[in-house]
Design a protein around this ligand. Structure first.
Ligand SMILES: [Zn+2]
Length: 430
C-alpha cells in the first residue's frame, strides 16, 4: 500500500468545515485520515509546515481547444498549466472543432485527456447542435457519454423559445445550463466596455445591457421552468443585482466570476493590447466592486478561469480584429488570494469554497473535498508567497494573460492527483 503523510500544515477543507492545523494521511490514492499527530509508520512524509493543505481546485469554465485548435492548447499543455495553478479537475467547454454535441466527441475528450493530461478533465456538452442555436443537442446521450453539464459558451442561445426548451429538458435530468449571456444585437461591433475609456479613445463600446438583458431573460426562464441556470463570467454590476434578486425569489440561478475581473478594469485596456480583450469586457471600478460584493454575500457561488488560449499571432492582430479571450489557469489562485483574502474580504476557507466544494456541488461531482475515502486530489498552498507573473514561463501554449508582469501574493506549491505529486514548486513531475 502506498502511503503519504502531509505533516504539519493548516488543513482548509471548506466542504467539511475544516480549518485547523492537522496532518493528512493518504493511502492508495485516497484520503485515509485527517487528524493531529498522525503516526507516519511506513508512509512517505512530506513536511508542509507553514503551508495550507486544501482540496485540488475545480475549474468549471475552461477552453482546452482539443479537438480542433492544437496551436492554441491541447490536453497536455492545458492540464499542465492547470496543475501549476493548483487545479486538479477541469470542465472543458464544448466550443471545439467538432463541437462536443455528440457522444463520440465527449468520449474523445475523456479518453484523450486521460492519456495526455496530468489532471482530471470532464466535458461539457453543447446546448445546441454545432452551437448554432437552432436545434438542441441530445442531452441524455451526452450525459451517458460523460458530459456533466451543458453550455454553448462563446455563443449566446439567442432563441428564447429554444433556451426555454433546453431548461425544461436539462432540468428533467437535473443538469445545469452554463450560459454565455450576450445579446449580439446590442454588442454590435463593440470591443471594450461602453464607458469613459471607450469614449476617450473613440472606440466602439459594448453596453452592459448586452450581458444584463440575457441574464434577466435566463433568470426569468429558469423561474418559469424550474430549470437550473448558471451565469458564466459575470462582468457587470447590474447582472450581480439580477442574480441576487433571482436567488431571493428562490430561482435556481448561480453565478461565476473570473479572477481577472477582480484586479482589472477598463482603465487597464487603454494600452489596447490583445491580452486585455475579453467578453464581457472589463468594466468600471463600480462593476468590479459589485463583483467583489457578490462574492462576499454569496450571490456569486463559483470562481472559474474562463481560460481561453489564443496564439500570439491571433492576439497581435490590431485590437479590433483580435479574438476575445484570456488565459488564467496559472494565475487564478494568486489573484483570488491577493484580491479577496489578503484584502480581508473573504476568509481563505470562503474563497477556496468557491473553487472547490461549490463548483463540485453545482455540477454533482464527487470531488472538491478532503473527505475520507475521496480521491487524494490535494494541493499545498503557500498563501504568503509573493511572485511576479511571467506569462512567457507558463505551461500553456498561449501567452494572452492580463496578469503578465503583475505581483501576486499566494500560490499553489504542490499539486497531487490521486495521491501522486504531479507538480512541485512550479515544476511538472510527470
Ligand atoms: Zn463565454
Amino acid at each position: 500500500m502506498v502511503k503519504v503523510l502531509l505533516k504539519g500544515g493548516r488543513v482548509v477543507d471548506p466542504g467539511n468545515d475544516i480549518d485547523r492545523p492537522a496532518d493528512v494521511l493518504i493511502e492508495d490514492g485516497k484520503i485515509a485520515r485527517i487528524g493531529s499527530d498522525i503516526e507516519a509508520g511506513n508512509a512517505e512524509i512530506i513536511n508542509v509546515a507553514g503551508k495550507v493543505v486544501a482540496p485540488g481546485l475545480i475549474d468549471i469554465h475552461c477552453h482546452l481547444r482539443d479537438p480542433g485548435f492544437p496551436e492554441r492548447e491541447d490536453f497536455k499543455s492545458g492540464t499542465r498549466a492547470a496543475a501549476r495553478g493548483g487545479f486538479t479537475t477541469l470542465i472543458a467547454m464544448p466550443n471545439t472543432n467538432p463541437v462536443c454535441d455528440h457522444p463520440v466527441v465527449a468520449e474523445y475528450v475523456l479518453a484523450r485527456s486521460k492519456r495526455e493530461g496530468v489532471v482530471n478533465v470532464l466535458p461539457y456538452g453543447a446546448i445546441t447542435r454545432g452551437q448554432k442555436g437552432e436545434e438542441l443537442a441530445p442531452f441524455t446521450e451526452l450525459v451517458e457519454a460523460g458530459c456533466v453539464a451543458f453550455s454553448d459558451d462563446g455563443q449566446p442561445v439567442t432563441n428564447s423559445g429554444l433556451m426555454r426548451q433546453a431548461l425544461i429538458i436539462a432540468g428533467a435530468i437535473n443538469k445545469v445550463l452554463a450560459v454565455h449571456c450576450e445579446d449580439r444585437t446590442i454588442t454590435g461591433d463593440g470591443v471594450i466596455n461602453d464607458g469613459e475609456v471607450a469614449r476617450r479613445l473613440g472606440i466602439k463600446g459594448i453596453p452592459y445591457t448586452s450581458e444584463a438583458v440575457m441574464v434577466a431573460r435566463d433568470i426569468l426562464l429558469a423561474e418559469e421552468t424550474g430549470g437550473r441556470v448558471h451565469i458564466c463570467h459575470v462582468g457587470c454590476a447590474r447582472s450581480v443585482e439580477l442574480i441576487r434578486e433571482g436567488k431571493k425569489r428562490g430561482i435556481n440561478v448561480t453565478g461565476e466570476v473570473i479572477p481577472h475581473y477582480l484586479n482589472t478594469t477598463e482603465d487597464d485596456v487603454q494600452t489596447l493590447e490583445g491580452r486585455f480583450k475579453i467578453k464581457p469586457p472589463f468594466g468600471s471600478k463600480r462593476d468590479q466592486e459589485a463583483l467583489k460584493e457578490g462574492l462576499v454575500d454569496g450571490t456569486i457561488d463559483v470562481i472559474a478561469t474562463d481560460h481561453a488560449p489564443y496564439t500570439i499571432a491571433e492576439k497581435e492582430r490590431n485590437f479590433r480584429e483580435a479574438p476575445f479571450g484570456l488565459i488564467g489557469l496559472e494565475t487564478a489562485l494568486g489573484v483570488v488570494l491577493t484580491e479577496m483574502v489578503h484584502s480581508g474580504l473573504l476568509t481563505l476557507a470562503e474563497a477556496l469554497a468557491k473553487m472547490t466544494c461549490n463548483p463540485a456541488k453545482l455540477l454533482g461531482l464527487n470531488k472538491g473535498t478532503l473527505g475520507v475515502g475521496r480521491d487524494a486530489d490535494v494541493i499545498v498552498i503557500d498563501p504568503d508567497l509573493e511572485w511576479q507573473v511571467d506569462a512567457n514561463q507558463g505551461a500553456s501554449k498561449s501567452r494572452n494573460c492580463p496578469q503578465h508582469g503583475r505581483w501576486l501574493k499566494g500560490k499553489a506549491v504542490m499539486t497531487m492527483l490521486g495521491g501522486r505529486v504531479v507538480m512541485q514548486d512550479g515544476k511538472l513531475l510527470v
